[in-house]
Write a protein that binds this ligand. Structure first.
Ligand code: FES
Length: 182
């Protein structure tokens, strides 16, 4: 048991230390997850779940990346992602904020960040403000434990967040013009 946990820790460390060509640590975690599934096409649903957990939603680039990694036709990956209602292909709001609630972030106060954001926006995780300005999403670990607690604002990972810094960042997002990435 101990050995397994030690092995897992080592794997996590290795994943965190290996820079993904894109520079996005979340893709390193996704790669490790797919590797553990031996890149089997049959693991597509699990992989989509993991990707959504890491990114908050599944955009075109991510679906194509998964299709390529699992050697599946993109049409199959799109088909599955659009068939199940629990997968979302884009954040509904103009802006999105993903709060990591993984262990490392949680012990450093991510729950308080989430509570502050929920109070400020009046929405819960997975919801979008009525004016469609902001979607609030939670993730389990985005691969940035060394800078916990981490929050991703419109795709940019921010380190060592506090309720105050998160509220300030969200105010900035709400004041910003429409997110051009979506
Ligand atoms: S728990 Fe790993 S980045 Fe939050």
């Amino acid at each position: 048991m101990l050995l397994t946990e030690a092995h897992r820790k080592l794997e996590r460390k290795k994943a965190a230390a290996t820079p993904h060509p894109s520079g996005d640590k979340r893709l390193v975690i996704l790669d490790t997850f797919m590797k553990r599934q031996q890149f089997r096409g049959a693991a597509l649903i699990e992989v989509l779940h993991k990707a959504q957990e890491l990114f908050g939603f599944l955009d075109d680039g991510l679906l194509l990346y998964i299709a390529k990694s699992l050697k599946l036709p993109p049409s199959r990956v799109y088909g599955v992602a659009t068939f199940y209602h629990f997968f979302s292909l884009k954040p509904q709001g103009e802006h999105n904020c993903v709060v990591c609630l993984g262990t490392a972030c949680y012990v450093k106060g991510a729950d308080k960040i989430m509570a502050a954001l929920e109070k400020r926006t009046g929405i819960k995780s997975g919801e979008t403000t009525p004016d469609n300005k902001l979607s609030l999403v939670t993730a389990r670990c985005i691969g940035a434990c060394g800078i916990a607690p981490a929050v991703v604002y419109d795709g940019t990972v921010s380190a060592k967040q506090t309720p105050d810094s998160a509220l300030a960042a969200v105010e900035k997002l709400l004041a910003a013009p429409c997110n051009s990435k979506t």
